[in-house]
Design a protein around this ligand. Structure first.
Ligand SMILES: *[C@@H]1O[C@H](CO)[C@@H](O)[C@H](O)[C@H]1NC(C)=O
Ligand SMILES: *[C@@H]1O[C@H](CO)[C@@H](O)[C@H](O)[C@H]1NC(C)=O
Length: 455
């Protein structure tokens, strides 16, 4: 801890004005020394169930050296519990020493929130895994692993201190990264590549922001003029202007199911996506995005999850994975999204992708794209809402992005469970009192049939 304080102090001393290039604290390693990995990694996420699945994969993959887990506050995880949930999951995977930071509080372009009820259900799932839960002790609380720094500050610190360029994986609305780079643009110099989960780029009709997400328990308000101030799921309906104006139906009067042409992570913070592209354009870093279509045929279903769990040699992980699948499936549409993005990332970085057998089966390469921030409430027949669209645009202030448009479920599943099974240390030793319910049957590892999924 003393070391950390000294380092922080040194950063402050070297600081100077905002955005200036600072002297690295440690001599960077040569390109050759950094070439083969393990690559330092920042995992920025929104603490949903698929982020937890992604974390399992990252923890089991020795090619990554996880430096920070930064939690978005405007995605699925609650701002209060998302970070401690991720800290507990990291500890289960032997990564309890990785700092976990609370995210920047609000979207930079608030328009929508995930229904509060769904977010609380993620917390309820994690709580069930703590000592005394129905499955015995699966997770332990690790509040001391929460960083004293905010997510953007932690991102900057990792970028500044790393002796090799850092890989950044973001699987939520990219707000933390963008707040970090807005305050310290030069920190981006030490990024190796950025991998992002989101957008409905490239394939018409892959919008996944729906009207039914705007309402919970019959109460509107997930999408409103004043977004984050109106995320209550409780009656009575939200009324503005002394009872005269009710929150409009749908999303500011539009049906997102019919008119949307975007994806949840982008929609949560359209401006953050736009700014991320703007900032990264200056550096020529490679950016890879897993678009919504790529995971369209990869739902998280119980058959796959139970088979995957059965292939694991760690009981606590087995129970965790099966229970996570149940909790995740309770919240409507559930896909491998973030975990798929993590596996795609490894495929790109370690040449599996180049060999044609990665988790991405079809790429739209080197696309310069703009992020549309214009809202229009009156659309012609069949016209889509521009807000949140990402389209080809040669004039965009954006880097060349490789978009993954189609997944390869078979290689995704094989690679995923193989790496998760590497996880060795899971905190304290099991005791007889842990009282595991061992309902998980050992079956053959992932028959191909289990990968044909219903939608
Ligand atoms: C966890 O506990 C519940 C309640 O006892 C049980 O139904 C479930 O099968 C258990 N899960 C696993 C994966 O053993
Ligand atoms: C979108 O995904 C589906 C399902 O995997 C696939 O059949 C289709 O070819 C994909 N589209 C593109 C453009 O890759």
């Amino acid at each position: 801890m003393a070391g950390l304080i000294v380092v922080v102090f040194a950063v402050a001393l070297l600081g100077g004005t905002r955005g200036q290039l600072r002297k690295p604290l440690l001599e960077p390693k040569s390109e050759d020394e950094c070439k083969h990995g393990p690559y330092p990694l920042i995992f920025d996420n929104d603490a949903n169930c698929d982020d937890m699945l992604a974390l399992l994969y990252l923890a089991g993959n020795p090619d990554f050296d996880l430096k920070a887990i930064t939690v978005e506050a405007d995605g699925m995880g609650t701002p209060s519990s998302g970070p401690s949930n991720m800290a507990a999951v990291a500890a289960l995977e032997g990564k309890g020493d990785v700092p976990v930071a609370f995210g920047h509080k609000e979207s930079l372009s608030p328009i929508n929130t995930m229904p509060l009820q769904w977010r609380i259900e993620v917390d309820a799932f994690i709580e069930k895994m703590y000592p005394g839960g129905p499955n015995g002790t699966i997770l332990e609380m690790h509040p001391n692993h929460l960083s004293a720094m905010s997510a953007p500050e932690l991102i900057v610190q990792v970028l500044r201190e790393s002796r090799c360029p850092v890989v950044v994986l973001t699987t939520g609305p990219v707000m933390n990264l963008v707040v970090a780079l807005d305050a310290h643009p030069s920190a981006a110099a030490n990024i190796k590549a950025v991998f992002m989960m989101g957008s409905a780029y490239g394939v018409p009709g892959t919008n996944n922001v729906y009207d039914w997400q705007m309402e919970f328990n019959g109460v509107l308000g997930s999408c409103a003029e004043a977004a984050f101030q109106t995320y209550t799921g409780l009656p009575p309906p939200i009324v503005e202007s002394y009872g005269k104006v009710q929150v409009r139906r749908g999303c500011r009067g539009l049906s997102m199911t019919e008119s949307g042409d975007t994806e949840c992570n982008v929609f949560m913070d359209v401006r953050a996506w736009k700014m991320t592209y703007n900032f990264l354009n200056k550096w020529g870093h490679k950016v890879y995005v897993l678009a919504a279509n790529a995971t369209i045929n990869m739902p998280v279903n119980m058959a796959t999850m139970e088979e995957g769990a059965a292939s694991l040699n760690n009981k606590r992980l087995q129970v965790f994975v099966v229970e996570l699948a149940k909790a995740f499936r309770g919240a409507g549409e559930t896909k491998w999204w973030d975990a798929h993005c993590a596996v795609m990332m490894a495929g790109v970085l370690f040449g599996i992708d180049a060999a044609g057998s990665g988790a991405c089966a079809n790429w739209a390469r080197s696309k310069r794209t703009s992020v549309n921030t214009v809202w229009r409430s009156h659309l012609h027949d069949g016209e889509k809402l521009p807000y949140g669209q990402i389209k080809d645009d040669p004039d965009a202030d954006a880097p060349l992005v490789d978009y993954c448009l189609m997944g390869n479920p078979t290689s995704m599943q094989e690679e995923y469970w193989e790496k998760v099974n590497n996880i060795k240390s899971t905190g304290r030793k099991l005791t007889p009192n842990d009282n595991y319910v061992t309902g998980v049957q050992t079956t053959n590892f992932l028959s191909k049939d289990s990968l044909v999924m219903s939608s």
